[in-house]
Every structure is written in structure tokens, then in C-alpha cells.
Design a protein around this ligand. Structure first.
Ligand SMILES: [Zn+2]
Length: 330
């Protein structure tokens, strides 16, 4: 037996990917090396200590009436409902500013959140889950958010996480088509995106009586979208989901985008028109037999650059053209 163990140890040194370590993994370090090839492991965008970047609490509060607020700061926009039934929160930004956000929300709302809904799994929207859960919040999300936070589904690309989020960060109530909350005089309707969009776990959240819609990152005001293909996102999904959102909204709806300032139905319609126009423009180049390089060089999204290609976003027209091209060529 001793000889056999030595042989295993040498094999481990020689090839990490082929080694199934005899030691069980720690809870925060699942044995991904044994389950997945090393090429899926890099890109660690996760937790920094609270003194690191993105450690500030939200800095702006937009009062939308009926006890509802939009909270703007580092990371995705938060939605907050406060009333007799308790504190309801949409998203929680980064792990690094969760403690500061929790303290500021508690001060503002005179209580800690009881209900927390993630619009999707990204670390700038759901990164604070563990902190809020430990403070007593019950986390709700689409089923795929739990699967991605737990690494049951492995994420690739720029948002790949080398290890699962802590178990306390995983949503405890999941849904696949939607769920209604009846709180604080509102019907708060979480609606799953009709198809994978920004990710494969997006939800829209609509306050029916107050006529306020939180879109998560299926909409970022006046920016080209981030189609997170490594999380199952699709460009066609942006067209489908914004079409669905516009069935919900009316001319007076206040829209909380995933990032950016408060928006209107007209803003959302402008984004849908851009997505459709961009897809048609790139499709024309695909049908002409252009290569990806030729299609990007043709600058097909030029008509929309002034509005959607500004400095607020991190996706430029070339990047969006590339995503659309690759999707159309599949
Ligand atoms: Zn996102």
C-alpha cells in the first residue's frame, strides 16, 4: 500500500489535472481540478477584502414613491421596498461593499431585508448574498442563478468563477417562470426572461401598483449590452426580453436598469430598436459572406454609436458586432 500511495503522489506532481487528491476539498475549495480541465479555472474576479475596490455603500437614493427606492452606487442598481410587511431588496452588489450596503439599508429602512431577489448571478449584483443571508434575508432567484453560484453549471469566459460561492450565498427559493410577492401594498412580480439574455438566469421584477420595473442587466441605459455567452447569454434574448418588458410597461413606467440612471419606456424602446437594427445590419454582412474581421471593419453599428457607445459602458460596437456575428454563424 505504501508503494501504491507513493506512485499516486508522483503522478499528482507530474500532472495536476489527472490527480484525484486523497484529501477531501475544503468547503470553499471544491475539487474543481479533478472535475474540470485547468483551462476553465483561471480568471478569478471574486472576493477582495472590504478595504479593496468597490467597498463603498451606495451613494444615491432615488425615491420612487410607495416606499420604493432605486439605490445607485458601485455595482448594479438596487431596488428597495419598505413598508409594514418588511424590507424587500432587489440585488446586493459586491461582496466587498455588502456590509456597508447592509448598514446603510438598515438605517434607511429601519430594518434588515427579509426578502432578497437576485436579477441574475453576477458578482456585482449577487456578490453580497452571503452577507445579507446571514443577516436574515431569504434569497429568491431563478433556478439557474443557484446552479451558477454553486458551480453546478460551470461558467466560462470573463465571469468564470474558480470556485463556488459560499453555500450561504445560494438562493433558497428558486423558480423557472416567475413568482409573485404580496408585500407593502404591492404586487411584486418576478418574471423569468423568455429566453437566455444577459445570462441564462435573468428575471424582470415589476412593482405592479407603483408601475416600477427593475430589468437587471437585460437593460443598461444607453449602453451596448454585455451578452455573457459564458453564462449562456444570447443576443436574440435581448430582443425577446425587451419585447416582453415592453408588454409590461406603459408610458409612465419608471425603469430601474441594471446599470445607469432611471429610464423610461421610450428609453427601453430605443434599446430594443437598437438590438433589432444591429442584428439586421450584422446579418446582412453574414449573408454577403463577410468574415468576422470584415464584418467588424465595416462598422455596421455606426448609426447607434452616438447613443449606445459612450464612455459609460464597457462593450463597444466592435465587441457587440462580434457577439452578434458569432451567434448568427452558429
Ligand atoms: Zn450582469
Amino acid at each position: 500500500m505504501r508503494i501504491l500511495l507513493s506512485t499516486v503522489a508522483i503522478a499528482c506532481l507530474a500532472s495536476l489535472s489527472a490527480c484525484a487528491t486523497p484529501n477531501p476539498p475544503t468547503p470553499r475549495e471544491p475539487n474543481l481540478i479533478a472535475r474540470h480541465p485547468p483551462k476553465l479555472l483561471p480568471v478569478p474576479p471574486r472576493a477582495q477584502p472590504p478595504s479593496g475596490p468597490n467597498s463603498q455603500a451606495f451613494s444615491r437614493t432615488v425615491d420612487l414613491g410607495s416606499g420604493i427606492s432605486m439605490l445607485i452606487g458601485q455595482g448594479g442598481n438596487l431596488g428597495l421596498s419598505v413598508g409594514d410587511d418588511g424590507v424587500f431588496l432587489i440585488d446586493d452588489q459586491y461582496v466587498t461593499n455588502a456590509t456597508a450596503n447592509l448598514a446603510k439599508i438598515e438605517e434607511l429602512a429601519k430594518g434588515k431585508p427579509k426578502y432578497l431577489v437576485n436579477t441574475h448571478w453576477h458578482f456585482d449584483h449577487a456578490g453580497g448574498n452571503e452577507t445579507f443571508a446571514k443577516a436574515g434575508a431569504t434569497i429568491f432567484a431563478s433556478e439557474n442563478v443557484r446552479k451558477r453560484l454553486s458551480n453546478e453549471i460551470i461558467t466560462t469566459g470573463r465571469t468564470a468563477q474558480p470556485q463556488a460561492a459560499p453555500r450561504a450565498a445560494w438562493p433558497v427559493v428558486t423558480f423557472t417562470s416567475g413568482v409573485d410577492f404580496h408585500l407593502n401594498g404591492q404586487t411584486i412580480r418576478a418574471i423569468n426572461a423568455p429566453m437566455p439574455t444577459h445570462t441564462d438566469g435573468d428575471v424582470l421584477i415589476y412593482f405592479v401598483e407603483a408601475d416600477v420595473l427593475h430589468t437587471g442587466d437585460t437593460y443598461m441605459k444607453d449602453r451596448y449590452p454585455f451578452v455573457d455567452t459564458g453564462s449562456g447569454g444570447t443576443q436574440a434574448g435581448f430582443i425577446a426580453t425587451l419585447t416582453r418588458a415592453l408588454e409590461i410597461t406603459g408610458p409612465n413606467t419608471r425603469i430601474i436598469p441594471g446599470h445607469g440612471d432611471l429610464a423610461t419606456e421610450a428609453d427601453l424602446q430605443g434599446a430594443l430598436d437598437m438590438h433589432k437594427g444591429a442584428r439586421a445590419a450584422v446579418d446582412a454582412l453574414v449573408k454577403q459572406g463577410k468574415t468576422l474581421e470584415e464584418a467588424v471593419a465595416a462598422k455596421p453599428l455606426q448609426p447607434w454609436n452616438a447613443r449606445f457607445g459612450g464612455p459609460g459602458g464597457f462593450i463597444n460596437d466592435d465587441a457587440y458586432t462580434t457577439v452578434i456575428y458569432n451567434e448568427l454563424k452558429k
